[in-house]
Design a protein around this ligand. Sequence first.
Ligand code: AFP
Length: 349
Amino acid sequence: MERGEELATVLSSQVSGDAAGVAVARTVREMAAAAAALSRLIGRPPLEGRLGAAHGGANSDGDKQRRLDMVAEDMFSSALREAGVAAYLSEEVEEPAILDETGALAVAIDPLDGSSNIDVNAPIGTIFSIFPMPPEALAEPALAFRQKGRAQLAAGYFVYGPQTSLVISFGAGVQLFVLDRETDLFILVEPQIVIPPDNAEYAINASNYRHWHEPMKAYIDDCVKGEEGPRGRNFNMRWIASMVADTYRIFMRGGIFLYPADAREGYEQGRLRLLYEANPVAFLAEQAGGAATDGIDPILDRTPHAPHQRVPFIMGSIEKVERVRSYYLDTAPPWQAAPLFGRRGLLRT
Ligand code: AFP
């Protein structure tokens, strides 16, 4: 792979020539064309009304659907049907469905991540996860999405920001492409992304502090204490509220992203969905030399049981994700205020 190569060229060299590999390459090409078209749409003056306006419906989780959510859903479901994908799961559709019974792949997708940012000109994205299609899923499509994240053939996301970028992995490292708006081609700009091991930034929605369990409060408390606290260094916080944008920053300059479980009703397993948000980004994180857990265990080892199930999500450099894990393991569940050693980790470096 060489910087400057276009996506189709990289696909021909990075993806195996067997049926699944050919199907993966075709699927990524069709999604890239849809992403380029969506990027153009997002970039135009919204003269027919705000793209973030309510569409009138709600998704499986009760999230209000916005116009652009449904436009993205239509564009990507059409692209995946054109690509001959067999099983399809989307944040915007209640149940998994079969698009092409002869297909070799199952794809889970969040057509538009960061909907709350649509009308404020902040980065938003499309996240996708590609699995092999198990034959038994033709009769029961949900079975296609019971595979652990480690079984993904490919995963990635498009970010619609100042640049339209594609961060993708086929299981042999992570590649970064950027859309050339003059040719509508995605051009390889980084053949091998590696998450920088050290960085003093963390990404979390700090307004939820009072709802967090003790270990997460202790971890963030120690970050906030800075050089006067047990960490002995100062930290900075970022929260864009588009996971694609917050994690893209981490792939570029390191740090940690945290959306933990908390005490709010409906947030017992956090906010992010396992199949089409956590799994694909966890796949990228591990392929980029980082880590992604639910606080304690790797996301990719979790067996899904429902299409839209949520999971707590901690992602970033290995050292940082491991440090968060130590806070959880040091505190006796269900994470009441633990005794001195557990709560403050006096033995914690
Ligand atoms: P929306 O797509 O509903 O805006 O949710 C985006 C998201 O799933 C993820 O991209 C953000 O990191 C997270 O939710 C933001 O959640 P909060 O709004 O609770 O901070």
